[in-house]
Design a protein around this ligand. Structure first.
Ligand code: HEC
Length: 385
């Protein structure tokens, strides 16, 4: 639907907004987490004050004070942090529509897995986000006092969801929906748990009561979950531009490994902030990244591994557009700089070719009239390679 020049600019504008509000959200999350980790008891004890932190930034000195539960009296202006979260979620869901639900068909639907019509894809995608939130929310309640078990079962559930998505959607569609689900959990934590519990505390204070600390503690736990989810979710968003992550058949397992690595790095920062110098997490994360990169490396294929019949099909159906000198009408340069002028150039991109040809995303609008048999032949070779 949105395949015009204007559609591309809409895509760009929404991406821009999404990245900016996402930076604002994650920035505040990092900052407040940093504050909590660096707050120390004040030099001169003050009633009700749990700790303080001094800092210097941009030519000014700052002293931040944290109260045990709440100050005795509310200030006239109290800043809340919620619009960053909501704007990130709304722009992210908009992007899901612009790129995946209304964009070029086939980018998320793989007819060999599940041949969903557009409305089916939307219902499946949005339904899975809602179901994922309900599952996570209940798991948090069930395992409130067992954070270790919650972390383990949360990860298991996350990997299971990524596996489920990868059985239904294209690799790219599976990755983006896993990322969208994590982002939804984070935004819903703000909307359904963190903000309401803060509101309850503020209302109690307005009535002159001492607020119950329990809702604040639940908000703090969800806030910490959000903090650990930031690194994996940002990774997923970037990985959508790197087919070596999402185009393999073990993509869901790779995602699980990368999520653990990201959360571990976040954990290292949190420990360090509290004064614990853990020596093995960072080196282990580096080793894990290298190991995952090696595991994800596609089997080496060279131009001589491309059978003649496959090469003939690609030259006929793909090279008209994907060439240094395209012959397809109205195509002036190779799309995305991808050329198939030699078998080696094709072999290099075998996993991504498997993904885009199987899903029907390529040839674009099937402008070169590729037949189903040709498609099957190219996919069979590209997946094997
Ligand atoms: C009519 C022109 C046209 C034909 C024919 C065509 N493509 Fe494309 N191709 C495009 C355009 C346009 C894009 C950029 C799509 C986008 O990102 O929106 C593209 C992008 C791609 C990409 C990158 C996708 C990504 O997600 O980064 C690959 C890989 C690709 N094409 C492979 C193929 C293969 C294989 C064939 C033949 C089966 C083929 N194309 C035939 C126009 C074409």
């Amino acid at each position: 639907m949105l395949e015009s020049h204007l559609g591309e600019w809409l895509d760009l504008a929404v991406r821009w907004i999404h990245v900016i509000v996402g930076i604002a959200w994650i920035g505040t999350s990092f900052y407040f987490n940093w504050l909590n980790n660096h707050i120390r008891p004040p030099h001169q004890p003050e009633p009700g004050v749990a700790g303080e932190v001094w800092s210097v930034h941009g030519g000014g000195f700052y002293r931040v004070v944290k109260y045990q539960v709440a100050p005795e009296r509310l200030p006239t202006t109290l800043h809340w942090f919620k619009w960053e979260a909501y704007a990130t979620w709304v722009s992210g869901i908009s992007l899901l529509f612009v790129v995946y639900y209304l964009g070029p068909s086939g980018i998320a639907v793989d007819p060999n897995r599940w041949d969903l019509p557009r409305w089916g894809l939307m219902a499946f995608g949005l339904g899975s986000l809602a179901a994922g939130w309900l599952a996570y929310h209940h798991l948090c309640r069930l395992l409130r006092s067992h954070p270790g078990w919650l972390a383990v079962s949360g990860l298991a559930l996350g990997v299971a969801v990524a596996f489920g998505y990868s059985q239904v959607l294209t690799g790219r569609g599976a990755y983006i929906h896993t990322g969208a689900l994590i982002g939804t959990l984070m935004a819903a934590n703000v909307f359904f748990v963190i903000i309401p519990s803060q509101r309850r505390m503020v209302e109690a204070m307005a009535r002159g009561e001492v607020p119950d600390p329990a809702p604040g503690e639940e908000a703090a736990r969800r806030s910490l979950h959000n903090n650990y989810l930031t690194l994996p979710v940002v990774f997923i968003m970037i990985s959508n531009h790197f087919p070596s992550t999402f185009a393999g058949s073990w993509n869901w397992a790779l995602l699980g490994g990368l999520a653990v690595t990201g959360a571990a790095v976040r954990h290292w920062f949190n420990l360090r902030g509290r004064g614990h110098r853990n020596v093995w997490i960072l080196p282990a994360a580096v080793v894990a990244m290298v190991a995952l990169a090696v595991v994800a490396a596609p089997a080496r294929v060279t131009g001589s591994d491309v059978p003649d019949d496959v090469w003939a099909i690609v030259q006929m159906r793909c090279t008209p557009c994907h060439s240094a000198e395209p012959t397809q009408p109205r195509v002036s340069s190779p799309p995305k700089g991808i050329t198939f002028d030699t078998p080696a150039q094709l072999a290099e991109r075998a996993p991504l070719v498997a993904d885009v040809v199987a899903s029907g995303f390529m040839p674009r609008n099937n402008a070169t009239l590729m037949t189903d048999e040709e498609r099957a032949k190219v996919v069979e070779w590209a997946e094997g390679g």
